[in-house]
Write a protein that binds this ligand. Sequence first.
Ligand code: FES
Length: 119
Amino acid sequence: MSAEEAEEPRITVSFATSGVTCTAPAGSSLLRTSIREKGGIPWKCGGGICGTCRCHIDAGLEHTDKVKPKERKHLTEEDLAGGFRMACQTFVSGDVTVSWTPRATGPEGKADGKASATS
Ligand code: FES
């Protein structure tokens, strides 16, 4: 009987690349949610520095908070307009679906290399 849990609005986060779906409290950090729920978004620093956590908000971009200055170091205006965000700098207030380019350097070994870089 946790009052906090009962009162906290929950949102659904779908990690399209890994196929994981979970719920989280509204206002959660996208990266923290991914780490907690094993969503699989790649990351290193968690602090907006490395650029590893670049991801694409497939759905629910309107539920993400405002773009942080640190994100602009890694993402162009075009990226941002196209729905790209840095997961460690993004907080979500409603349902979102997120995807990313799988990295070849994960503990599992491989991405298949056909991740298409845009020009
Ligand atoms: S994890 Fe390094 S920028 Fe987000």
